[in-house]
Ligand binder design. Sequence first.
Ligand SMILES: [Zn+2]
Length: 248
Amino acid sequence: MKNIDKIWEIQCLEEKIAGIEHDRGISKVKVEIEQDIKKYNKINEAMQNILDQYKESGESIERKNSEYQLLEKKILESEELLYEGSLKKAKTISTLQFDIDTMKKKLEEIRKMIQRLMNQRKVDKANLMNMKIKTEEIRQEVHLKKKLLAERIKDSEGVLKVIYDQMEALKSQTCKETLEMYNKRKVNIYPVVVKDRDGVCSGCNMQFSIIFSHVVKSQEEDLSFTCENCGRIIFVPAKKEALEEIGV
Ligand SMILES: [Zn+2]
């Protein structure tokens, strides 16, 4: 892999940034804001569901009310007919009486249903109000945290800028494909690049084969390969560098 040494350095700088952000409380606030926003969205979604339900129950009440009024009118008409005395046959009278009783039962059912819907709407309304207060609280909290975050970032601006500039310089010297590959892998695994530690992957501690160890011992150029176990890129710097490091 081309420019693995540059990728290694980029990753080191990223870790440096993460360390600074951690020490200066930047990452903590960032995580908190993220969590608050998630909470806000969740409540908002629930509110939308309740609002839909509220709208639906409103329409149901309207429908049930007109049904109630129609039925009430029909009962009155039937009762008038029953009491005016024009019906003579006992069977007709008892049938009508039976119909009136049935309609009254139905009327009572509708009344109860309307009552139930109205109670539900009261609960929904109270819940909506509480949720609205909660979302407003979260919104204000996020606002304050963003302000705090901006302040902390501003305080670290100088030190971070130096690192970002170094990183940009490194990126411009790195092969595009390698950089893309690194950014892609970074989403799922971090650190992406690890060094070989005496024939062991320092990412997952898997032991490499003896043949590999032999190749690594005698290589004079930077080496890189993917760990079969964890998918990280193992970076083995050229031995000459190692010699320089110890001053040979
Ligand atoms: Zn590994």
